[in-house]
Design a protein around this ligand. Sequence first.
Ligand SMILES: Nc1ncnc2c1ncn2[C@@H]1O[C@H](COP(=O)(O)OP(=O)(O)OP(=O)(O)O)[C@@H](O)[C@H]1O
Length: 606
Amino acid sequence: MTVTEEKGTISIHTENIFPIIKKFLYSDHEIFLRELVSNAIDAVQKLKRLSSLGEYGGELGELKVKVSFDEAAKTITVSDNGIGMTADEIKKYINQIAFSGAKEFLEKYKDAGEGNQIIGNFGLGFYSAFMVAERVEIQTLSFREGAQAARWASEGNTEFEITKGERTERGTDIILHVAEDSKEFLDKFRLENILKKYSRFMPIAIEFDGKVINNTAPIWAKSPNDLKDEDYLAFYKELYPFSEDPLFWIHLNVDYPFNLTGVLYFPKLKNDLSLHREKIQLYSRQVFITDEVKDIVPEFLMLLHGVIDSPDIPLNVSRSYLQADSNVKKINTHITKKVADKLSELFKADRKGFEEKFDDIGLFIKYGMVADDKFYEKAKDFVLVKNTDNQYATIEEYRQKVEPVQTDKEGSVVMLYTTDPGKQDTFIQSAKKRGYDVLQLNGILDSHFINTLESKFEKVSLKRVDSDTIDKLINKEETISGILNDEEKKNLKEWFEQTLNDKNLSISVSPLPTDELPVTITLPEFMRRMQDMAKTGGNPMFGSFPTTYQVTINENHTLTQEILKADEAKRRQLIRHVYDLALLSQNLLSGSHLTSFIQRTLDLTK
Ligand SMILES: Nc1ncnc2c1ncn2[C@@H]1O[C@H](COP(=O)(O)OP(=O)(O)OP(=O)(O)O)[C@@H](O)[C@H]1O
């Protein structure tokens, strides 16, 4: 195998392949380094493979890839001690772009097990060098016995030359003569940063500036059986040095119908969902591709952290193509299923532990249920609700628990909830007095979650505990009789309207139990929901509706009798006072109203 000197023209199918590479394939020029280092790693892995198959009998030595640069000579060099190439192979693999050497190699060795170690076919790897180089040189010596060193050079047009090479040891140097407009890459920090970004977990040691920059065996490439919790936690810290420990994780390992490995972590979610996005990194055989996994991972799973590695995700293609890709869809479905299964498993295996973590994972589960029907179907059996006594229950358990007391006359189970146990305490106590239970639903997604539940569960409705007076909250057959006649009621309503003089109040007189407050202020459920939805991304128009509060006068209360009997001055004072008490019970009393309330109270006790 001797090298005959040769000049020639590269056979390519499209004349203008280089501009295409430059403009469309890689918008980011720094990718050239990922591609060349990937090729070098491929070459090393191919050699390992040949050695294990007995097709290479020589010493392997310390297998590695080395990246170096020379600012004065304006070169960047990627070296490896992999299989190298003969002059013929250069012609075949480098010159005939359309011919993929990796493909042929895989074809030949695909039955040999570990074949999937070879970095995939995801672009026009080698030629991306011309995005930054005005001339590229290859110095290479094949592992084959008796092979001669060969050199190839090209200036990125379709012409090339092949001559005898200078390498004396097996392997390849790719030498880039960096173009004037790409001099920024002749910089230690720039190169190191690019390497750390794309090559941090590549499977063969990469040396730069005297040190190895990568972790060649990240946990997702290992078998879950060989890993302990500490390993997962340590890897999490490696990925996100400043984050709190995750709650738990899922090790993904699929080989059919597509290849996918990865580890997804459930972080402790803060109440700001936007903080958590873009934390999942996508790899293809340990080569970093992107952290924009929007189209690959379902929206609600973007809250997770971690790594996904799949050679089956098409890369360097447009967004819309990615969305339509059937593998991507399958991956999406698979991840959703895995996550749901993991949660279900945790729930079944350790209910108590699940309850303890629920405050942290609840947001995530609810997000999934609101966003994804398939996820909802699984999650409805393990999503938990918590009542004001901090007891947890699944939706079905809860429905059964409250059904005997909280079914209204239409046969609907009314679940009551509070968004603020402190502020709504009066209402909560009043509900409890009647044997009702109250849930705490105060998360940022809960208003959406409530809508989802109501749409899925038949004959279940949810009402905030302060959205109506106790008798109407759960409207039962039984009626409480009132003690006032129509004339008295009419007067009462008018006096309240005159005294309070606020057009945003809708005043009515109702018979309530005597132990209820003389006046109750409520904001109807539908109105408040609209406001809540507007806050968390619904139609903002709803938020600008005028707010009308329901003011209900309890005709059975003794203070109401007092109002009827009192002279005008006293009456005004009492009306203001019972109204202020209602405000006070909702923490709505402030400013001058509060001051005059205190003064009035002092006057009354004189
Ligand atoms: N460092 C190297 N050592 C040995 N062979 C190499 C090296 N770099 C490239 N080659 C050969 O050149 C071929 C073409 O490389 P190129 O990067 O263009 O495509 P690829 O690696 O097959 O696919 P990809 O587009 O995924 O990179 C490789 O398949 C390989 O046979």
